[in-house]
Design a binder for this molecule. Structure first.
Ligand SMILES: Nc1ncnc2c1ncn2[C@@H]1O[C@H](COP(=O)(O)OP(=O)(O)O)[C@@H](O)[C@H]1O
Ligand SMILES: [Mg+2]
Length: 434
């Protein structure tokens, strides 16, 4: 569950409860004064009617009753002991009014919502021994309509939910930005990871400030490391070239000379990796035929009897990449297969296949039949200077896969490593197709 939904549900639940509580409170508060008011009005009506009936002569009485019907919508009927009446259910406004009317007019007063099957607001009263019903307009008792409550309740709830969405968004946004920036730093993009320090809330401003400081420090140390590596490698190459010359000229024994020259070449190759890793030239992206790039990378191995390369790549397959970087990636993968991927029989068998995926990327798979690496070492292979146990005795810098991974990411792709079924390592480059 995302933080947004959790916060939203909590807030929405809280607001819904509070709306409900208000609703109930308003209803209760509104009911009592309304009941007393209605009871007062009805009591006056009953008293007036009673007085009028007592003090008018029989002829005027008929006119009076007619006036009551016309003007007040009130009817008078004689009450019989056999009349069946239904009281208002307890807890309703009607029951409360009945109670208040009995307090005012005496305990003999009856208030009913139905008499002999006729709906209405019936009030039973007596004049001396004669008993009467007074039928009043039941809308006198109607509280605020259910629909009105519903409309107001829905409006309040809707506004609350809207508020909950807004509040949750405000709470979440800085957190989201922080997560995004942290991911960028994780990917090595220090410049894109800057957070806005001009925040209205102090806590978030201080978190963003601390994060920026951390990212800046990481960027500086990364830059320093590269600068140092490049400087050292560069400086070592000059004496190394001199050494090569001195070996050529000064070592008389041919076998020794060749061995020493190999060592020098190896050191030189490691220094070249250091420089590759440390220096990043600006990219020149172009559309390149992948088959051709593969052929060029495979060329050094074509003459070797112990290396078998099987390349399967559709001729028309093209990728968008920087030519130098692409060549370096391929060279490193093939070199690893040739160096670390030897089968038990001493030969190196490498299968290379490329295909275009539906998502507009090209997957280039380089698979050998060597011993592979222990599964737990797999995620670490692309770390700079990491070399699995078995590789410690072979020459190398431990930078090859780090260069491949970073190169692939700079080209907008990625590198995945897996242990192939039946043994061997399987490196797959995902690159944007042209
Ligand atoms: N094809 C492979 N088969 C087995 N192990 C490999 C293969 N490619 C790379 N590795 C392992 O990954 C490590 C890192 O590779 P890399 O960065 O190219 O360094 P290097 O080749 O200089 O040792 C190697 O030292 C080796 O242990
Ligand atoms: Mg390597």
């Amino acid at each position: 569950m995302s933080l947004f939904w959790r916060n939203f549900l909590l807030l929405a639940g809280l607001l819904a409860l509070s709306v409900l509580a208000w609703f109930q409170a308003l209803r209760t508060l509104e009911q009592e004064p309304r009941a007393l008011q209605s009871a007062q009005a009805l009591a006056s009506l009953v008293n007036l009617t009673r007085a009028a009936l007592i003090y008018t002569d029989p002829i005027a009485r008929v006119a009076l009753v007619k006036t009551l019907v016309d003007e007040e919508n009130v009817r008078i009927a004689v009450r019989d002991a056999a009349d069946e009446h239904q009281p208002y259910p307890p807890g309703t406004l009607g029951a409360r009014v009945a109670q208040a009317l009995q307090d005012k007019l005496g305990p003999g007063t009856i208030v009913a919502r139905e008499v002999n099957g006729f709906d209405g607001l019936w009030i039973g009263f007596a004049i001396e021994d004669e008993k009467y019903w007074l039928l009043a307009d039941p809308s006198r008792l109607a509280g605020v309509q259910g629909r009105t409550w519903l409309v107001w309740g829905a409006t309040a709830l809707g506004l609350s939910l809207l508020g909950a969405v807004l509040i949750t968004r405000v709470i979440n946004r800085p957190l989201q930005q922080l997560a995004q920036a942290a991911r960028r730093v994780g990917e090595g993009d220090f410049d894109g990871a800057r957070l806005d320090e001009n925040q209205p809330t102090r806590e978030i401003a201080s978190v963003n400030h601390a994060f920026n400081a951390m990212a800046a420090r990481l960027a500086r140390s990364e830059a320093d490391r590269r600068l140092m590596l490049a400087g050292i490698s560069h400086d070592l190459r000059t004496p190394l070239a001199r050494l090569r010359l001195e070996i050529e000229l000064g070592v008389p024994d041919a076998a020794t000379r060749s061995r020493m020259a190999d060592d020098v070449a190896e050191v030189d190759a490691i220094l070249a990796q250091f420089l590759d890793f440390a220096r990043e030239r600006p990219l020149q992206m172009e559309e390149l035929p992948l088959g051709l790039a593969l052929e060029r990378a495979a060329a050094p191995y074509r003459g070797r009897s112990d290396v078998e390369l099987h390349v399967r790549c559709p001729a028309e397959l093209r990728v968008r990449a920087d030519a130098t970087v692409l060549q370096r990636l391929l060279a490193n993968l093939l070199e690893n297969a040739a160096r670390h991927g030897r089968s038990p029989d001493g030969t190196v068998r490498v299968e290379i296949d490329a295909r275009r995926n539906a998502d507009g990327t090209v997957a280039l798979r380089v698979r050998d039949h060597g011993p592979g690496v222990p599964a737990d070492a797999l995620p670490r292979l692309t770390e700079p200077f990491y070399r699995a146990e078995a590789a410690r005795t072979t020459p190398g810098s431990g930078l090859g896969l780090a260069i491949v991974r970073r190169g692939a990411e700079r080209l907008g792709g990625r590198l995945t490593l897996a242990l192939a079924e039946g043994g061997g390592l399987e490196a797959t480059l995902h690159l944007p197709a042209a």
